[in-house]
Ligand binder design. Structure first.
Ligand SMILES: [Zn+2]
Ligand SMILES: [Zn+2]
Length: 190
């Protein structure tokens, strides 16, 4: 397992996005010791190149193709975890998604996260969710398949669906742990 450093490619013009992602990294750092973010200085240019080649007719960007393409580039080496941050609509298998992430058992531990249409709290929850995938939060026996992904059975857990529902929102507002206990254990077992 590589060191839990997260390389961030920031293609978002939303100035709050990077701060919110930073808060989410601090939160996951409670369970993944040493998790911290590092901005790649070539991030915005790199994402522009990816966008030029992954645009779809419906105005969205193909997140899977974007991920494939990113990993063909030297700057996207598999040595660290990676997060691509952008403001555009992205799709996975034809469906609009908020984010997409490779899991811990995958070769590619990387996530694409879009700020599109998300308020700060929702975006924070999506960051926690996609990073949870990246670090294998649901790698154990608490998982069900939702939207072709491994998700948590606990409806109050941020790994149940991307973003928050009423129950996770309540937890967030009350500063409760966003990851349920089995998901925390999954993160700690890294
Ligand atoms: Zn998910
Ligand atoms: Zn959970």
């Amino acid at each position: 397992m590589t060191a839990p450093k997260i390389e961030i490619f920031n293609g978002s013009a939303n100035l709050k996005a990077i701060d919110i992602l930073g808060r989410a990294i601090n939160e996951i750092g409670k369970y993944v010791p040493g998790a911290r973010g590092r901005l790649n200085p070539m991030g915005a240019d790199f994402i522009n190149v990816l966008k030029q080649r992954t645009g779809l007719d419906n105005g969205m960007y193909d997140a899977e193709r974007m991920m494939d393409l990113a990993f063909t580039r030297e700057v996207f080496s598999p040595k660290t975890q990676k997060i691509i941050l952008l403001d555009n609509l992205i799709s996975q298998q034809g469906r609009n998604v908020k984010g997409m992430a490779g899991g811990r058992d995958d070769e590619r531990q990387a996530a694409i996260i879009s700020t599109d249409n998300l308020g700060p709290s929702q975006f924070y929850a999506v960051c926690l969710h996609e990073m949870g995938h990246m670090y294998g939060a649901t790698a154990r026996d608490n998982q069900i398949t939702i939207n072709n992904g491994r998700h948590c059975v606990d409806e109050e857990c941020v790994m149940h669906v991307p973003g928050f529902n009423q129950r996770t929102k309540y937890k967030m507002e009350n500063n409760s742990d966003m990851y349920c206990r089995p998901c925390q254990d999954g993160l700690r077992s890294l």
